[in-house]
Ligand binder design. Sequence first.
Ligand code: HMG
Length: 388
Amino acid sequence: MSVGIDEISFYTPNYYLDLRTLAEVQQTESEKYYQGIGQEKMSMPAPDEDIVTMAANAAQPLVERVGSGAISTLLFATETGIDQSKAAGIYVHRLLGLNANCRVVELKQACYSATAAIQMACALVTRQPDKQVMVIASDVARYDLDTAGEATQGAGAVAMLISANPRLIEIAPEVGNHTEDVMDFWRPNYRNTALVDGKYSTKVYLKSLKKAWENFVEASSLAFSDFSHFCYHLPFSRMAEKAHKHLAKLNKCGLNPDQLEQQIEDTLYYNRLIGNSYTASMYIGLSSLLENCKQNLAGKRIGFFSYGSGCVAEFFAGTVVVGYEHCLHTLVHKNMLETRQSVSYDEYLSLYRYPDPRDGEHHDIPQGTTGRFRLAAISGHKREYVIC
Ligand code: HMG
């Protein structure tokens, strides 16, 4: 029996800031963003959107297909938590009408935790192959204004169904891990924005790739040449290009730069337009590959490198299943990205600075999202979500 990703769907807010606009205000060349970091736009949530509404929007098509009773567990990965105690997934559980017997838990380790959720989901399904587990990763990437990290913000959620005999990706059990206590990126509880040692973080990312890969080849019989494509964690798309060159060099693979580029380029399209979505970004990259690759990927092996600052990294392998192309949400995703609304720099600032009420009074939140679910109010310190 194989276990893996049966279906994948993502959501990103309908507002975005073009990085050309940011470059103009900062009096920087837009090529620094478009080419230097490989990013074009970054999604900005409306005031009535957060990790819960984005997650519910991403997951709804999956629940509609399998039925709300089919899901035994909901694993919610995020580093944009809205509560120190209550799991954000419980709101999603209600919004999607999931069964009361479905367990829900939230997982955290920076951008890595969605991969931990996937591995745990695979283990649960291996124990009970008739069950399906929903993994959702949802995040808003926020840095301080006028910092180097600002251009690498973004927002998005991805939902995946993990099942036996999956229709998209069979995940192999062998993994390679690397964990190390480092301060490359973190967000203390009292801050809304992340702190980051940017250049150092890119070095730790590359070091962790090497270490996780070395651990992977000890556990698996697979070599670099067994993979046709690679999905990397995508804080910005140039990071994946650097990572892939690094891995290729470590393996003395003999591929030329164009061949190396072909192994990752289809994974990058959506993230260039969305920005960093932390836990969701590698899996939005997987969607981008499956939905944009001209070649039929059936039977091809994909290498996944998941990285979460702090840090935990994991390399694992998945094989694309025959017929996968019939199980994608390509048109919905492309339409969502094409119909978004560009915001001016001032509009971006007001979205960025939208007040975060903390006084316990009743606060109605203005409608801004075009999604199905919204945060309608915060009242008595309680978040009130509604279905539009
Ligand atoms: P910076 O220091 O402003 O940028 O910020 P830079 O000066 O290094 O320039 C970036 C690239 O653009 C360079 O290319 C320049 O040469 C090039 P490189 O040398 O790297 O190949 N450039 C140009 N190219 C064309 N035309 C031009 C031009 N000007 C410059 N005119 C930095 C870059 C990544 C540090 C910053 O954006 C940052 O701090 N970002 C946030 C941290 C981050 O994303 N780190 C990634 C690794 S850690 C990670 O992935 C985890 C994370 O997702 C969090 C989590 O796990 O939860 C972040």
